[in-house]
Each structure stands twice: as structure tokens, then as C-alpha cells.
Write a protein that binds this ligand. Structure first.
Ligand SMILES: [Zn+2]
Length: 207
């Protein structure tokens, strides 16, 4: 069974969406590319142009990960400008956005109002109230390894509609099938039903 890994950093893996680095020239498999907030430096304008150039590739399925991170040293206002520029670009090329968000959800929601494409918060591991707020603003949520052993997050999954869920390994080393199995159990459906639904979600997200 084909189980889609929505966001990962494993170059050897062939399935799912590989998060490319701007210094690589992949690109024979589906990938996403963006300027991560931690990678913003004095060359950001040039690097943003690289992102734009590479993202024209037909195998580029999404812009990201990009977003906001309050725990890093990069100037927060600059992070907002670079994120906004990537939202504008995603709108222009009509590709979804994979969002990295650390302690900056209200700013992400505010900037997200500019988006005309599907926005997916990756690695979501917060409370249900925040999940519901993000859903009400049109975001989807991608869940990762934390679901396997954090009961509070399993309870969040229960409350998030299947149509809004993606699953990912990110940079962790485990098999995506474990996560599908866990979420299928939480939702009281089969892995196959979950896989079918996520496939539909992909079709609605990646045009
Ligand atoms: Zn990642």
C-alpha cells in the first residue's frame, strides 16, 4: 500500500514530498522548496530568487517549509517579510505552502489571510483549541512522530476532521506506516481508508 509522507528530509526516500535544500539540484521526485526562517541571512533576496526559479519545476509540489520561528535569532520582522514574500509567490504559481511555525501562530494566521492556496502547518503538536482555530482559518495540519507516544496529541487527532490531516516523518527516523496505523486506530478506521482519505486531501491540496 502506498502511504504518502507529506513532509520529509530523507534524500534517499522516493515517496512523499521531499523537502529540498536550495543548494541541491534534485529533482526527479516530488519535492517542496522554500526559505526556512533559520536559513534567512543577508543573502535572503538572492536565495528567495533561487527558490522561485527551482519551484517552477513540475516536480515541485509545494512552497516550504517556510514560516515563523520565535526561538531563533533571526530578526522576527524580517522573518515576516520573507514569509509574506513566499505566500505571494505561492499565490502566483498556485502551489500550496508548508509552514514551519514556532510560537508565532497568531502572526501566521494574520499573514495567512493573504494566501489563496492551501496552507499546511507541518509538525503540529499543540493543543486542540489551537488546532480548531487554525482549521477555522483554512489551514490543514500535518502530524509527525510525536503522535506515536503523546496521548494529548492523540486526543487532538480525534478532534481534527480527516479531510484536514496529513502525516509526515519530517527529519525523524521511523516508518510512516507506524503513524498511519496509529492514526487509523485513533479514528477507528482501517489504514487503507486513512490512506484513501489522505490521497483525496492531496488531490485537493496539490493541483
Ligand atoms: Zn521539516
Amino acid at each position: 500500500m502506498f502511504l504518502f509522507d507529506f513532509h520529509h528530509h530523507h534524500p534517499q526516500k522516493k515517496s512523499g514530498l521531499y523537502n529540498a535544500n536550495i543548494l541541491e539540484d534534485v529533482f526527479t521526485k516530488p519535492f517542496s522548496i522554500g526559505l526556512h526562517p533559520k536559513d534567512i541571512d543577508e543573502n535572503w533576496k538572492k536565495n528567495l530568487q533561487v527558490v522561485k526559479d527551482i519551484s517552477a519545476d513540475k516536480n515541485c509540489k509545494a512552497i516550504g517549509e517556510c514560516g515563523l520561528d520565535r526561538l531563533i535569532a533571526v530578526d522576527f520582522e524580517l522573518q515576516k517579510s520573507v514569509f509574506e514574500a513566499q505566500i505571494d509567490w505561492a499565490n502566483e504559481i498556485q502551489k500550496p505552502i508548508i509552514i514551519h511555525c514556532v510560537r508565532s501562530f497568531s502572526e501566521t494566521i494574520a499573514l495567512g489571510k493573504k494566501s489563496k492556496v492551501q496552507m499546511v502547518i507541518h509538525g503540529f503538536n499543540k493543543k486542540n483549541a489551537l488546532a480548531q482555530e487554525l482549521l477555522s482559518h483554512g489551514f490543514s495540519l500535518s502530524f509527525g512522530k510525536a503522535v506515536l507516544n503523546r496521548v494529548s496529541l492523540q486526543l487532538v487527532i480525534k478532534e481534527v476532521p480527516l479531510e484536514k490531516i496529513f502525516l509526515e516523518t519530517d527529519d525523524s527516523d521511523f516508518e510512516i506506516v507506524e503513524l498511519y496505523q496509529k492514526v487509523a486506530d485513533i479514528k477507528s478506521i482501517s489504514v487503507e481508508e486513512l490512506q484513501n482519505q489522505i490521497q483525496k486531501n492531496l488531490e485537493n491540496t496539490i493541483k
